[in-house]
Each structure stands twice: as structure tokens, then as C-alpha cells.
Design a protein around this ligand. Structure first.
Ligand code: ZN
Length: 364
């Protein structure tokens, strides 16, 4: 196995410490790549680890390459969906319903998906069989789904995905009947919605909250007024009216429909990583990197993954119990690491499945 380590560094720092092996990317950033066949590989990573105790150095990652015989002997593979197979908008933005009442306040784990996954399937990368949204919802092609069924692959479910266009993020109040009514009411109560630049394109959700803090007092007043229950009900009605116009404008393709894509969920028993798995390539695992409720770790992994062999039920698809990342994008929460069996890996390779790479995982 050969490792390739890559890091982004502050340019001044890179120029002073590693002038020969770093390359400038811009005025402020440098890039450094080291392969494990370089005799200084470990000492450079250890030096970075030392420096990183003083200040944050930058994002880094390791890729691993294997010989054919290493691949043939492997008992388990860590399945990595490639960055080029990642897409947006995520399920939530396309109308997927999540129950977030059980969401962990620390790491964001614990949301439950309550509806079929809705996606704008036109945004799924072309020519791929396995993809993920930026919120780690996993998507497989109909071709891969058929292969999994025909080959009796175990440990997964492939649920339907509905095509749904991206929900419109803004409502132009003046374009809807209820919106115009709202503007009239606001005027009668002495407010001037026209002075409020967002009255023409009022942002909802998170942005709405942010604007509440940013905008001038008069606009703020209009926003607060919109938040009152009666006005809010009308505002939501205006939102629906606007959505209807949006669908008319973008044609029948913009309405919800069945799609050939499937949502991949893993149903096998979650596996446990052993202490052979080391965390933090250039830094140590700190208490604040561990969710106190035991859901997730917020640190990258320095080694290949080592799995307790008794925790794996030998199904072809598996995932870790522990999740990775705190409050990652979207409702879905931090993702686990994924695994595939040698049988499934062979099936992927023989059928030229696109969108993933693997690293060897070890059973101990
Ligand atoms: Zn948590």
C-alpha cells in the first residue's frame, strides 16, 4: 500500500518551513504533496503535527493505492463516494421531510427521514451509479439497483426517490394575490413595505432570520409584522401561490414525479471500529472532537479503518456505528463510514460501476 498525503498551508509558513516541497497556489495558500515512498514521509507529517499544536495549519487528507494482490486478499473495503459524485440541492431543499425533534444539539445526529427522498434528479451527476448529496443522502442508479437484486446482495434497502424541483427560495409578494393583500395591509398600519428592499424578494428560512438582524429598523418592523400568526399564515399562502406560478413557468417537468433513481440505505448491523484506527492526521483527538452522547467524531482518520470482526454480520453493505463530522450540511446529520464486501467489490468492478473508490479495511 502506498499513501499520498496532501495539505493546504499558509504560504508564508510553507515558504519558511518547506520551501523545497511546497508549491504556491495563490498569494496566501500553498499546497504540499508527499508520497509514502519518500524517506522523509513520516518525519514531515510528524513535524506538521508539532507545528499544528501551536496553530491551525490547514486541511489535509490521505489517499491510498494498492497492488492487485493486496486487493485480492482484502476481506472488507471502505467505500468512498467520490467528490465528483457529490451534488446539490439536497433532499431537504427539494421537499424531503425530516423529523428533527431527536436531533443531537452537539453533533446534529438523530434526524429521521419521514418521507420518500425528494431530489431534483436532473442535478444528479451524469454517468454515475453511486452518488451522494452534500447532506450525505446516498443515491444509486437503476442499473446498479438491478445488479444488487440479481446478485442477492444483502444489507441494504433501495427506496424510491421522487423527482421534485428545487423549492423556490423566495417569494415575490407583488406577484401573488395574497402578497399584494399583505402589502396593502402593511401600508394601512403605517408601514412602508416598498422601503424594504426584501419586500420584492423576501428570503425565507435561515436567510430570513439573518436579515432580521441586519436590516434597518423600519424593515425589521415589517419582518416582525410578517411573523405575527395571521400575517404569517398569509405569507405562507403567498409562498404557495408563488410556487404554483413557478411550476407553470418552468413547465410540467418541474412537478413531482417518480424517478428511476433509488435511495440507498444500509440495513445491516452497524460495525465498531477498533483502537487500531487512529484519528487526526496532523493533530491529536481532543475531548471537544467527541460528541458527549457518543454519536460522532469531528476529526479526520489517519489510518485505514480497522473493524471488530465480531461486529460485522458479513452482509455486503455495512456502515460504522460512529458517525463523522459535527453539524454537517443539511438535516440528515453526520454520515457513517461505508463498507462493501469483496463479493460486492467484484460486482462493482466487473460492471464498471461509476462514482466511488475504495480503501482496504481490516477485520481484527
Ligand atoms: Zn451527538
Amino acid at each position: 500500500m502506498r499513501e499520498r498525503f496532501e495539505i493546504r498551508l499558509d504560504r508564508d509558513f510553507a515558504d519558511s518551513k518547506f520551501p523545497d516541497i511546497s508549491q504556491p497556489l495563490s498569494d496566501i495558500t500553498s499546497r504540499m504533496v508527499i508520497n509514502s515512498d519518500n524517506p522523509d514521509y513520516s518525519s514531515i507529517i510528524n513535524a506538521l503535527r508539532e507545528y499544528n499544536r501551536e496553530k491551525f495549519l490547514g486541511f489535509c487528507w490521505i489517499e491510498r493505492y494498492y497492488t492487485r494482490s493486496e486487493m485480492e486478499k482484502a476481506k472488507l473495503f471502505n467505500l468512498i463516494i467520490k467528490p465528483t459524485s457529490t451534488f446539490e440541492p439536497d433532499g431537504e431543499d427539494c421537499g424531503t421531510i425530516y423529523d428533527i425533534s431527536g436531533k443531537c444539539e452537539r453533533c446534529g445526529a438523530g434526524a429521521r427521514q419521514m418521507s420518500d427522498l425528494m431530489l431534483n434528479t436532473r442535478t444528479i451527476p451524469k454517468g454515475k451509479d453511486i452518488c451522494r448529496t452534500i447532506s450525505n443522502e446516498w443515491v444509486i442508479s437503476e442499473r446498479l439497483h438491478r445488479l444488487l437484486i440479481e446478485n442477492n446482495i444483502a444489507g441494504f434497502e433501495a427506496k424510491p426517490i421522487k423527482h421534485h424541483p428545487e423549492a423556490p427560495h423566495s417569494v415575490r409578494l407583488k406577484m401573488t394575490e395574497t402578497g399584494r393583500e399583505l402589502i396593502k395591509m402593511a401600508r394601512m398600519e403605517g408601514m412602508d413595505p416598498n422601503s424594504y428592499k426584501f419586500s420584492r424578494c423576501l428570503q425565507i428560512g435561515e436567510l430570513h432570520e439573518k436579515f432580521n438582524e441586519m436590516i434597518d429598523p423600519n424593515s425589521y418592523k415589517f419582518n416582525r409584522w410578517l411573523d405575527e400568526p395571521d400575517h404569517e399564515a398569509m405569507f405562507i399562502k403567498a409562498l404557495y401561490e408563488y410556487a404554483e406560478k413557478y411550476e407553470k413557468r418552468y413547465g410540467p417537468k418541474s412537478v413531482e414525479m417518480a424517478s428511476p433513481w433509488r435511495q440507498l440505505t444500509i440495513t445491516s448491523k452497524p460495525v465498531e471500529l477498533t483502537n487500531d484506527t487512529k484519528y487526526g492526521i496532523i493533530r491529536d483527538l481532543k475531548t471537544e472532537d467527541v460528541c458527549p452522547y457518543g454519536h460522532a467524531l469531528r476529526i479526520n482518520i489517519a489510518t485505514e479503518l480497522y473493524v471488530h470482526k465480531d461486529s460485522w454480520d458479513e452482509y455486503d453493505f455495512a456502515r460504522t456505528r460512529i458517525l463523522f463530522g459535527f453539524n454537517v450540511h443539511g438535516c440528515n446529520g453526520p454520515p457513517p463510514k461505508l463498507f462493501i464486501s469483496p463479493k460486492l467489490h467484484r460486482l462493482f468492478a466487473e460492471n464498471n460501476i461509476k462514482g466511488y473508490r475504495v480503501e482496504i479495511a481490516h477485520l481484527v
